[in-house]
Design a protein around this ligand. Structure first.
Ligand code: FE2
Ligand code: FE2
Length: 273
């Protein structure tokens, strides 16, 4: 089966890129399951229920998040009723919503998605490795489900690589999100797990990680905040990976990076065996 995972949607540019391009992309590549990180979809900060629904209506089967999950307070409420909405699994047990979910793909396959957040240079959540292992105890790949996707929302590439190494052979794919900058290290790990340190963002790349450049430049140069960060408003570029998995084992056969839009060099998809 084929899984598409797209990186953090940032503001209107990212939303428009997803709604304009996702349906055609799913059709052209015969995608069976789509997951998208939506943590910056509402004005760069968080996600509303209407925007969540827009992303689902465009073709996403599951929306993951990260440290910005609660920036729009309504997420604390709709996280409870929207099964396709995930927040990091290693929040304390009392936190609203869920960090993992089992979904049925277009081809009928059972897909477990786990959203987890790293600890290095990030808000202080519970141990991400133990949290993912707990989820896997009740769901073994190839026996209890056909694919397992892990969104490792983290700053440090080292911590993401450790997650990939620990889960190698146990899950279909581990994708990094959060930095909004795609990395070129997509590969199949020795045990058969598709891996990339960061799948980048869906948004305007003529920006500083999706935001209009002026305020980040001012903050960096002068060490003073002079206003709010607002998403850059130019054309959006989609960024993510397509992983093709083996029907019998659930492990990855190929991983391809996908970048469609005006700013990044490659287009669709660049296959790495
Ligand atoms: Fe983000
Ligand atoms: Fe983030």
């Amino acid at each position: 089966m084929k899984v598409l995972f797209l990186g953090d949607i940032v503001g209107r540019a990212g939303r428009d890129a997803v709604t304009d391009q996702l349906p055609g992309l799913v059709e052209r590549h015969g995608i069976d399951f789509v997951a998208i990180n939506g943590e910056n979809a509402a004005g760069g900060f968080g996600i509303t229920e209407d925007i969540f629904q827009l992303i689902i209506d465009a073709g996403a089967d599951c929306v993951t998040t990260g440290n910005h999950v609660w920036d729009q307070k309504e997420a604390l409420v709709f996280a409870e009723r929207q099964d396709r909405f995930l927040r990091p699994v290693n929040f304390p047990p009392s936190t609203p919503g869920r960090g993992a979910g089992m979904f049925i793909a277009k081809n009928g396959a059972q897909v477990l998605v786990i959203n987890v957040m790293g600890q290095l240079f990030m808000p202080d959540l519970d141990d991400p490795f133990a949290a993912v292992e707990r989820q896997l105890e009740s769901c073994r790949l190839g026996r209890d489900c056909d694919a397992i996707l892990v969104d490792m929302h983290a700053e440090a590439t080292s911590e993401k690589q450790v997650m990939g190494d620990i889960l190698d052979g146990l899950v279909t794919m581990v994708v990094g999100t959060h930095t909004h900058v795609p990395t070129a290290d997509h590969r199949i790990l020795p045990g058969g797990t598709g891996y990339i340190s960061d799948i980048g963002m869906c948004g305007d790349y003529d920006s500083i990680i999706g935001m209009d450049k002026e305020e980040p430049r001012h903050r960096a140069v002068n060490k003073i905040r002079s206003g709010r960060l607002t998403p850059a408003q130019g054309s959006g570029t989609l960024s993510g990976v397509i992983v093709e998995s083996d029907e019998a084992t659930g492990l990855a056969r190929t991983i391809a990076s996908l970048r469609i839009g005006p700013h990044l060099q490659s287009s669709e998809p660049d296959i790495a065996q």
